[in-house]
Design a protein around this ligand. Structure first.
Ligand code: F6R
Length: 245
């Protein structure tokens, strides 16, 4: 793992956007894996600025999002599809047919198979962007998830529900299930960037980097990947014991 410690959220976002812009410029036909949540919001704004100001071209980029809530109306403003549309896609020249999120309508058993297949058919993910949950989850692979898991339906833990229900008008409207890429799916990406900011991520970051890889901390699986860049701000890095800070 390459670990980059920066001052704050803004610097983390600047660093991530620079890497992603460079990647898109160097690999105009790339497939990107994308995350939602608070962490990448500023990064996405910077990607939009670079698209406008530096003419970074997304015409031939394909994307796969990590996850989507189950049980929402597909047009719900709380869906991750709506999040991605508002915060990134509608501002870029990406083709709608190149955008992929797991389907939440119809037969879920079939949807998980189809999502995995569509990633394979696209030639796999070249660069995967990740956030991390306070409990060490990546995508919605909660603690206890087997490292061999591919795309599946996950039950969200009470910690994840309480971290994310602030985004819902009525907190109890937050679904308790999601369809998510699995840990194995994520590990098949050629390169991975994980972002973490803020004190509430410090324990998860410390365990991800310093614990023996184990299902207790799903993000610790990333230690077994040979091209991971972790960009963390000083608060998120504050519990690291190693001399990285
Ligand atoms: C989002 C996702 C989650 C988030 C994580 C952190 O697509 O897969 O794993 O990355 O829950 O969320 P934030 O960034 O809101 O703290």
């Amino acid at each position: 793992m390459e670990i980059i410690i920066v001052k704050d959220y803004e610097q983390m976002s600047q660093h991530a956007a620079t890497l992603i812009n460079q990647f898109v410029q160097d690999n105009p036909y790339a497939t990107l894996g994308l995350a939602t949540g608070h962490t990448p919001e500023r990064t996405y704004k910077l990607l939009i600025e670079a698209h406008h100001d530096l003419h970074i071209d997304w015409t031939n980029i394909t994307t796969f999002n990590l996850d989507e809530y189950i049980g929402l109306n597909p047009n719900s403003p709380h869906s991750y599809r709506a999040y991605m549309q508002e915060k990134l896609f509608k501002h870029l020249n990406i083709k709608p047919q190149n955008i992929h999120l797991p389907s939440i309508t119809g037969d879920m058993a079939q949807n998980v198979i189809n999502y995995e297949k569509s990633i394979t058919n696209a030639g796999g993910i070249n660069l995967q962007l990740l956030g991390i949950g306070q409990n060490g989850h990546i995508a919605f692979n909660e603690p206890g998830t087997d490292f061999e898991t591919t795309t599946h339906v996950a039950n969200l833990t009470p910690m994840t529900l309480s971290a994310n229900n602030r985004y819902f008008k009525t907190p109890t409207d937050m679904p308790s299930k999601a369809i998510t890429m699995g840990l194995k799916t994520i590990m098949q990406a050629q390169a991975i960037i994980l972002l973490a900011s803020g004190q509430d991520k410090a324990t998860a970051v410390q365990q991800m980097i310093e614990n023996e890889p184990s299902a207790k901390v799903p993000a610790s699986i990333l230690q077994n990947h040979n091209r991971v860049t972790v960009i963390v701000d000083q608060q998120a890095a504050s519990k690291l014991k190693q001399v990285l800070r």
